[in-house]
Design a protein around this ligand. Structure first.
Ligand code: AMP
Length: 294
């Protein structure tokens, strides 16, 4: 595995693989790797000739009051883990390589970024994500890029950028990887002390409770959310948001009649955590109260 720091070096390495007829897979990350990141690398490895992982703690997606300075960083460990997954190139640029003096462009996706994490963290967050991901696509020109469903809204935002700007890249969303007790893996889980770590399991348990109500035939949004709120309340967690939204458009969903994203964000101890489930109408049994006679 090569560790590259500059855009020209990455372009040259990718060009070499591409001119030999190879396909290129990109996994954008902010490092502090866990099994969630590694699952994306495995998916990229299985489908590409050249796998590029970017490791860049992108300053523009953090607000002034967020954890940019304390975000966990351990490049040596990350490099060893990426190498063990068969990654070919770890692109670990400096901030000035990505944002040189005079950088003035920002990509803003209207609508999708007004809600959930866009509302909670502010518009800058997804502008920073959309801008850096678009730059990475321009630098690496991957055939496919791999993202985690853990950041469901991010996947939708990136897909919209690709569609709206006619970028020639396939976006692959990979399933959420969880700890054995259900907590979604996150680089920010290291902020959790033992008490907060135990409390944090309530997020997935709350989503499970809501999903169970849905699977039992409940379609009313408030009733489904109440099942989740009950679990969060029991764990002493007041969510920043707990919402049902259309899984494609993020329009509010008063009833679950289409595939619907159930998304939660909460502060637990020193960490801000997010998690989600997709309530899939196509997988679920027909609700009793709406089953036809025929
Ligand atoms: P990050 O380093 O947190 O920016 O994440 C890099 C990529 O890994 C993003 O596409 C995330 O959605 C994905 N990711 C983070 N946590 C998980 C997880 N628990 N399961 C699957 N993918 C994840």
């Amino acid at each position: 595995m090569r560790i590259l720091r500059t855009i020209p070096e990455v372009r040259a390495a990718v060009e070499e693989a591409r001119s030999a007829g190879g396909t290129v897979g990109l996994v954008p990350t902010m490092g502090a790797f866990h099994d969630g990141h590694l699952s994306l690398m495995r998916a990229a490895r299985a489908a590409s000739d050249l796998v590029v992982v970017s490791l860049f703690v992108n300053p523009t997606q953090f607000a002034a009051n967020e954890d940019l300075s304390t975000y966990p960083r351990d490049e040596d460990r990350d490099a060893a883990l990426a190498e063990a997954e068969g990654v070919d190139i770890l692109f670990a640029p400096s901030a000035s390589e990505i944002y040189p003096e005079g950088f003035a462009t920002s990509i803003h996706v209207a609508g999708l970024t007004d809600v959930l994490d866009g509302a909670s963290r502010g518009a800058h967050h997804f502008d920073g994500v959309a801008t850096v991901v678009t730059k990475l696509f321009g630098i690496v020109r991957p055939d496919a890029a791999y993202f985690g469903q853990k950041d469901a809204q991010q996947v939708l935002v990136v897909r919209r950028v690709v569609r709206d700007l006619d970028l020639d890249v396939r976006i692959v969303a990979c399933p959420i990887v969880r700890e054995p007790d259900g907590l979604a893996m996150s680089s920010r889980n290291v902020y959790l002390d033992p008490d907060a770590r135990a409390q944090a399991t309530a997020l997935n348990r709350a989503l499970d409770a809501a999903a169970a109500a849905f699977e039992a035939g409940e379609r009313d949004g408030d009733a489904i959310l109440a099942a989740a709120h009950h679990v969060l309340l029991g764990a002493g967690i007041a969510p920043e948001y707990l919402e049902l939204r259309d899984a494609e458009t993020l329009e509010p969903a008063a009833r679950v009649e289409r595939d619907t994203l159930l998304a939660v964000a909460a502060r637990v101890g020193a960490a801000r955590l997010i998690d989600n489930h997709v309530l899939s109408v196509t997988d679920a049994p027909t609700p009793i109260d709406e089953r036809g006679d025929a």
